[in-house]
Structure formats: C-alpha cells, structure tokens
Design a binder for this molecule. Structure first.
Ligand SMILES: CC(C)(COP(=O)(O)OP(=O)(O)OC[C@H]1O[C@@H](n2cnc3c(N)ncnc32)[C@H](O)[C@@H]1OP(=O)(O)O)[C@@H](O)C(=O)NCCC(=O)NCCS
Length: 187
C-alpha cells in the first residue's frame, strides 16, 4: 500500500454523495455526531466534544495529524445540502495492505442509501488510491443496519468476536460480527 501522505486526497464522488477531507467548518457535524446515542452505542472510544469550539479545535489538529503520520484517513460525508456524516479508514496495516472502515450518519440522513454510497466511496479510496488489498469492518452483533449496509456493497461475513468492544455510551461490551471486503467484491 502507498503512504497516506502521498496519495491524492481530492474529493471522491458518485454524483450524489461526496467524500472529502474534514475541515474545521465541520464542527457542528462532529459535535452532533459524537453526542448521538447510536454513534456512541456502536462505536468505541467516542468522546463527545464539549462545544463547537472544542470540535473545531479537534478538527484542526487531529485528522490532519493522523493523515500526515499515516495512522488514519478521516472523511466528511457530504450531500448537496451539506455535511451529513463521517467515514474512517483506521488500523492501516502496511504488512497486510489492509485497514478497517467505519461510517456514521446524522439521524435524519439514515435509511436513504447514503451510507451505502459513503461506504463504497471510502472503500474505493482504500483500494484505488491507497492500494489496499483488504478492508475489514466490525459491527456490533445487534447493529443490523451496519451489517446490512456492508453486505449490500460486497462485504462478506468472516467471523464472530464475542465481547470485542465497549460501547462509548454505556460501557457495555458488544459482541461483534467481523466482515471483510476485497477489491473484486466491491459492488
Ligand atoms: C449504520 C448506518 C451508517 C447505516 O446507514 P443508512 O443510511 O441507514 O444505510 P442505507 O440507507 O445506505 O441502507 C443500506 C442498507 O441497509 C438497510 N438498512 C438501513 N437501516 C436499516 C435498519 N434500521 N433496519 C434494517 N435495514 C436497514 C437498507 O434497507 C439498505 O438495504 P437495501 O439497499 O438492500 O435496501 C446508520 O444507521 C448509522 O449512522 N448508525 C449509527 C452509527 C453506526 O452504527 N455506525 C456503524 C458503526 S460499525
């Protein structure tokens, strides 16, 4: 795989949904997202930003630093009306040419097939620009929307991991379904 800092980072789009690097102006998005009950239930280590200024500071410092050091690719998911969600490639592994993908959307933008588009775009970024050979996804066993969305773009179920991660909201342990995608299967 190529180094994150050296790949093209201009926006990727399918005509409706745009995946682009986050900006400080996305503070309202990440502030709302990190307070959303489902995001906090189903993602690990989500720390709610105290206010918009804190979210703006985080956006200014952390995503560019993680990108430059090759540790994570964070993206804002945008539609015609503005920013609607977030996508990530984390655990970038140069030996396995692999990474892990996560997407969340603001509640009013769910069930509109936006997540499918966003997941497709983030996987295209991983395969086409970074040169990954595998992308993994771990969804809580009781997070059906996440599993269905992954399966709809070609992820295949590859395992079950009991008590894999802790809810950011309740600290409860979730069992996880492990799914994986190779470039040939992306649809
Ligand atoms: C998971 C999430 C990103 C899915 O987003 P979404 O916009 O609802 O998904 P889409 O509209 O693209 O739907 C994709 C598929 O999943 C299905 N789906 C979506 N929500 C569903 C639900 N609540 N129940 C059953 N199926 C659902 C859709 O019908 C669609 O399948 P189809 O194309 O075969 O009809 C969104 O629910 C979310 O942000 N959840 C909170 C955060 C989260 O859990 N992120 C994932 C962490 S691993």
């Amino acid at each position: 795989m190529r180094a994150l800092a050296e790949v093209r980072d201009d926006p990727l789009t399918d005509g409706d949904v745009v995946l682009r690097r986050p900006l400080p102006a996305d503070a309202a998005l990440v502030h709302r997202g990190t307070h959303d009950p489902l995001v906090r239930e189903f993602l690990q280590a989500v720390i709610p930003h105290r206010d918009l200024a804190a979210a703006e500071r985080w956006l200014t410092e952390i995503p560019p630093m993680l990108w430059e050091t090759g540790r994570a690719a964070y993206f804002t998911v945008e539609e015609a009306g503005g920013a609607v969600g977030w996508a990530e490639l984390v655990n970038l592994d140069a030996e396995e040419d692999s990474a892990e993908m996560t997407v969340w959307l603001l509640p009013e933008h769910r069930r509109l097939r936006t997540a499918k588009s966003a997941m497709r775009l983030v996987c295209r970024f991983g395969f086409e620009r970074l040169g990954l050979r595998r992308i993994d996804a771990f969804a809580a066993a009781d997070n059906m929307p996440s599993q269905v969305t992954g399966a709809a773009i070609g992820f295949r179920r590859a395992g079950y991991r009991p008590a894999l991660f802790r809810s950011s909201r309740t600290q409860r342990l979730h069992d996880a379904v492990y799914a994986t995608l190779v470039p040939e299967d992306l649809c």
